[in-house]
Design a protein around this ligand. Structure first.
Ligand SMILES: Nc1ncnc2c1ncn2[C@@H]1O[C@H](COP(=O)(O)OP(=O)(O)OP(=O)(O)O)[C@@H](O)[C@H]1O
Ligand SMILES: [Mg+2]
Length: 378
């Protein structure tokens, strides 16, 4: 799939912008602080309804305006779709071809985007909630039922916590009702465990090879680390083991008035030869690890959705040595729409530049556009 055009208004430092993209390589360049990342972010938000770098939607709205709007034309398997998102201070409105979409799960997974950006290392170095957020977003792109299950899970988790509080306070409570809550909790939590496990398994089908191609090192993989040590991920087994663990921990959970056993406590590790890259990996190894799993996602989308996602590369060329840069570029050439930002065109191979549409951004406006040089076109 690729994005043909995007129109944004009152988004970050942009007042209005209307821009067409090439279906292969696009390079957005300009000085620091001009709006290159903001433009990439708008594409990400259009697909995922959330920013990759800000948890707060209001940050996306320009200065003191009431709402930001992003719309774009997506082409997937030759079929055009218009996507639109309006973010105001209270809510987000989503549209597909003019129809208002009320459920997130009906919107996400239409447009697949994969972004690589400098702060991505937080995925390894940061706290587990960053990794869980990542898993949630990526699984949602592949399977929108995940969003529904995840929302149900959060609802029942809240109810369970309220009930634990009641029990702790010795308020009147109905044991049967608690059992029902617990059963629903186990049902939803188990599905999430299973889907997350399966997703990590899918990444592992590719990432060792990808890492090897980028950095010539074997045995890179992810390890799913839920708080319960499941012996296997058969759904019935997950339910059984989760129930055992919850029963064993009930007293503690009542004391804490909080559910501590569940996928909201999940984590996963990045390993090379069973060594944890979070603790022992070098910056370069960590960077390659993140890049490898993101490139693996491309393969996953290709295999399971028969489409390629839109690849967004924010300022990644300044941080890679030339060998790794070339390895990365090999991936880019594989007919996948790629939108790259850079402050310095000299960091990018001349061949790539000749085959790219160049867009210069200055202070939230387009300063210059150069289409692909026809003679050099492959
Ligand atoms: N909500 C907002 N309203 C107005 N301006 C904003 C908003 N959010 C960010 N900005 C402005 O956007 C600019 C940064 O844009 P962006 O991060 O896209 O820069 P960049 O071109 O990627 O720069 P660099 O090369 O340093 O990465 C800053 O000047 C910042 O003040
Ligand atoms: Mg930037």
């Amino acid at each position: 799939m690729y994005i043909n055009n995007i129109k944004i208004s009152k988004f970050r430092n942009y007042d209005t912008l209307d821009i067409n993209f090439n279906k292969e390589i696009n390079i957005i360049y300009g000085k620091n602080g001009q709006g290159k990342t903001n433009l990439l972010e708008s594409i990400y938000v259009l697909g995922m309804t959330k920013s990759h770098r800000s948890f707060i939607d209001n940050d996306l709205i320009k200065d003191n305006n009431l709402a930001a709007k992003i719309s774009g034309q997506l082409i997937n398997k030759n079929i055009p779709t218009k996507l639109e998102i309006i973010i105001n201070k209270k809510e987000k409105k989503l549209f597909i071809d003019k129809d208002k979409i009320s459920r997130n799960s009906d919107y996400i997974s239409n447009m697949n985007v994969i972004i690589f950006y400098p702060d991505d290392l937080d995925l390894i170095k940061g706290s587990p909630n960053i990794r869980r957020r990542y898993l949630n977003l990526e699984i949602s792109q592949l399977d929108s039922t995940y969003i529904i299950i995840f929302n149900d899970f959060n609802k029942i988790l809240k109810i369970r916590n309220e009930y634990l509080k009641k029990i702790n306070n010795n308020e009147n409570y109905d044991q049967n009702y608690f059992n029902i809550i617990n059963d629903i909790y186990i049902e939803k939590a188990s599905l999430i465990y299973k889907m997350r496990y399966k997703y990590i398994e899918k990444i592992n089908d590719y990432c060792t090879k990808v890492y090897n191609k980028l950095a010539n090192i074997d045995n890179f993989k992810l390890l799913y680390k839920p708080i319960v040590n499941f012996s296997n991920y058969d759904l019935n087994n997950i339910k059984l083991q989760l129930k055992e663990k919850l029963d064993a921990m009930l007293k503690v959970e009542i004391k804490l008035k909080n559910t501590i056993i569940g996928p909201h406590r999940d984590d996963f590790l990045f390993l090379i030869d069973d060594i944890d890259l979070k603790k022992y990996g070098s910056q370069g190894q960590q960077r390659m690890a993140v890049l490898s799993i993101k490139l693996s996602e491309i393969e996953i989308l290709k295999k399971y959705k028969q489409t390629t996602p839109i690849l967004l590369l924010d300022d990644v060329f300044s941080e890679l040595d030339s060998k790794k840069k070339n390895n990365l570029l090999k991936y880019i050439k594989k007919s996948i729409q790629t939108i790259i930002t850079t402050t310095d065109l000299a960091l990018i191979d001349q061949k790539i530049i000749n085959n790219a549409k160049l867009i210069e951004i200055q202070n939230g406006t387009i300063k210059k556009i150069r289409e692909v040089k026809k003679n050099d076109k492959k």
